[in-house]
Design a protein around this ligand. Structure first.
Ligand code: MN
Length: 401
């Protein structure tokens, strides 16, 4: 069976900042990214598209999100390409609430198929797989912090049932991100299921990754569109795999053009700064479809540039959206009296004086900046990030479900 593995499509995501034109275009970008994957699947003769979680950006939907999604899934039916989807943390519906899931709805409409685990009493599991040709596809969903245990239980099931050459989809990636949780800290957990699977498709992480270094069998494609504008566009792929020949092919994805520049300034004179910024901008080629992110860099501490003015200026040059950030390296080391390295360090110093949080000043500041980042990206549910710092306070860094 030939398939194209992708993940983290985040259909329905819409920024809560920027102009209406920007919001509308970004909303469409996620559907366009999925449509490109459908075309790539067809060009490569794939019989299936495997989506390893975060198909939707949110558990809830809107008429236009559902309509766009249905139209794209109908296109797949037209192309005779099966779409296999597991839930990620974004579209996860909890046990016994399946009737609230839009993925289950699409499954019932015969627009996609969903391999899943049915959780029974006494920690027992029923694996509901999907078959394309003679390839059996299992879905482990989003196991969160217990991903290693879930892989181990599945390995037992494979041993008992003599499973061979299957495909596993699981919404996890490699790494140790205690703020999002659900990442695999111990990569070797994957080795337990290796002998039963021809291919293990991951997700959750938004950049391409694979394991192990030589002869990998676990792949994370990365999100095809920016979920967060800071992501690396070179690490966004879809993965073509042929279960019979083991042929593998990495197909580069093409998110919206995001121009990232650094502007180092010297002048502390507001007018001079503006003139210098304009000079800098004239060297940047901007089209109406571009997102432009500029980092202002300087060692001048007694002058804060007008970042709103900078953003307006970039928009006037025609950009679809502009983001200007100030990056300052405070180092007064030459004077010997003050040594501050960043905004975060200043915050840590302050929080250290607090009663209960003081002991966890570093974690608290990291959590706050993750929350700010999430809110800027339009993610309103930041409770899991807050949970993470509480978990750290209670029992040290662990993953969050
Ligand atoms: Mn995601």
């Amino acid at each position: 069976m030939k398939f194209l593995h992708c993940s983290d499509l985040h259909l329905g995501k819409r920024p809560c900042y920027g102009s209406e034109e920007f919001k509308n275009k970004r909303f469409n970008d996620y559907f366009d990214a999925f449509e490109r994957i459908i075309e790539q699947a067809r060009e490569n003769g794939a019989q299936g598209i495997l989506v390893a979680g975060d198909f939707f950006d949110k558990k809830e939907t809107h008429p236009n999100i559902l309509k766009n999604t249905e139209n794209l899934l109908l296109k797949c039916i037209d192309y005779k390409i099966k779409v296999i989807v597991i839930e990620g943390n974004h579209d996860l519906i909890y046990k016994n609430k399946e009737s609230e899931s839009w993925i289950v709805y699409l499954e019932n409409e015969n627009l996609l198929q969903r391999p899943y685990i049915k959780y029974l009493e006494n920690n027992q599991r029923e694996y509901h797989s999907v078959k394309i040709g003679d390839t059996e596809i299992f879905g482990l969903g989003y196991p969160g912090a217990i991903v290693s245990d879930e892989l181990e239980l599945f390995a037992d099931y494979c041993t008992e049932n003599k499973i061979k050459n299957c495909v596993i989809l699981v919404h996890t990636a490699l790494g140790n991100n205690e703020f999002i949780g659900g990442f695999l800290k111990d990569k070797s957990a994957l080795d337990k299921v290796k002998d039963f699977a021809a291919y293990i498709g991951g997700g959750h992480g938004h950049k391409f990754d694979s394991y192990p270094e030589t002869e990998p069998f676990f792949y994370v494609p990365g999100s095809p569109e920016y979920y967060d504008l800071n992501e690396d566009n070179s690490k966004k792929k879809a993965i073509f795999f042929d279960t019979s020949t083991k042929e593998i092919n990495f197909i580069q994805q093409n998110p919206r053009n995001c121009i990232k520049k650094t502007f180092s300034y010297e002048s502390v004179n507001p007018q001079q700064f503006k003139d210098d910024f304009d000079d800098f901008l004239s060297s940047v080629d901007i089209s109406g479809e571009d997102i432009v992110i500029v980092e202002l860099k300087s060692d001048q501490y007694n002058f804060i540039p007008d970042m709103n003015w900078c953003e307006k200026r970039i928009i006037e040059k025609g950009a679809l959206y502009a983001q200007v950030k100030l990056k300052r390296d405070f180092s007064f080391s030459s004077s010997g009296s003050v040594s501050r390295n960043s905004e975060e360090e200043i915050e840590i110093e302050q929080i250290k004086k607090w009663n209960i949080w003081g002991k966890f000043a570093e974690e608290t500041v990291k959590t706050l900046s993750e929350m700010k980042k999430s809110i800027n990206e339009g993610q309103n549910d930041i409770s899991s990030i807050f949970d993470s710092v509480l978990n750290i306070m209670l029992e040290g860094p662990i993953g969050i479900v």
